[in-house]
Design a protein around this ligand. Sequence first.
Ligand SMILES: C[S@@+](CC[C@H](N)C(=O)[O-])C[C@H]1O[C@@H](n2cnc3c(N)ncnc32)[C@H](O)[C@@H]1O
Ligand SMILES: [Zn+2]
Length: 260
Amino acid sequence: MPILTCPVCGHDLASSGNSFVCAQGHLFDLSKEGYLNLLLSSQHRSRHPGDAPESARARRSFLSGGYYAPLRIFVADRLRGKIVLDACCGEGYYTSAAAERGFETYGFDIAKDMVRMAAKADKRSFYFVAGLHTVPVRTASVDTLTHLFAPFADESFARILRPGGTLMTVIPGERHLWELKAALYDAPYPNRETPPACSLTFVRSERLRYTFELTDTQSILDLYRMTPYAYKTARTGEAKLSALGSLRVTADFLVLTYQR
Ligand SMILES: C[S@@+](CC[C@H](N)C(=O)[O-])C[C@H]1O[C@@H](n2cnc3c(N)ncnc32)[C@H](O)[C@@H]1O
Ligand SMILES: [Zn+2]
């Protein structure tokens, strides 16, 4: 795994049997699913960092319905170079698309359960547990960095990308999930499209907008539970949505491209 570095000392990691080891002898064992845990206990505060299990479960169930497949393809179509890294990869839904296209693909997330799931399902990518601000990857080693619906880390991204490399980050557009919000709130307001504070050179912004039909209550609830609205209005929201048997929803994504 030529891009990985030791989270303790920063030297390169080399594969050695079922482990990875650096020149100073720090050793990391591969899990049985084939991922590497490179998150040191000093690098996270919570015992289970990352998304709440409930929202992670809902996301997995929703994504498996294929409603965001157009975005998966949209992003994969824009990958360039040889080495792709998916930051905050979750269960690897978008990561695996890069591997299917033949890129040397890596994905990391701070949530070990997510990474385990990703590694179990996708044998073509290499997954590791790590935090955004301490990504154990060589400086200037990545051709394309993808980053969807997750916290932003400008310094890390700028460090990891090779000169000329590309960052693609996806944020919700103003109409994203409009009908879901209209079912929840009397006066929903459009999302604010705030681009991240990014020191890289802005290249373009592309919008992907379409509608999809949820044809059962469970899928509507899954979608709801993976959104931030579920934290704010859990009880009343679930009650309102449970009364719905189907819902046509707008997907509105902004795909922002930057270059180092
Ligand atoms: C909304 S999910 C998106 C996951 C995936 N990109 C997708 O779109 O399916 C946000 C992800 O960011 C991860 N995350 C949050 N903070 C992080 C951090 N500091 N370092 C790495 N991952 C982080 C969470 O564990 C979660 O999997
Ligand atoms: Zn080391």
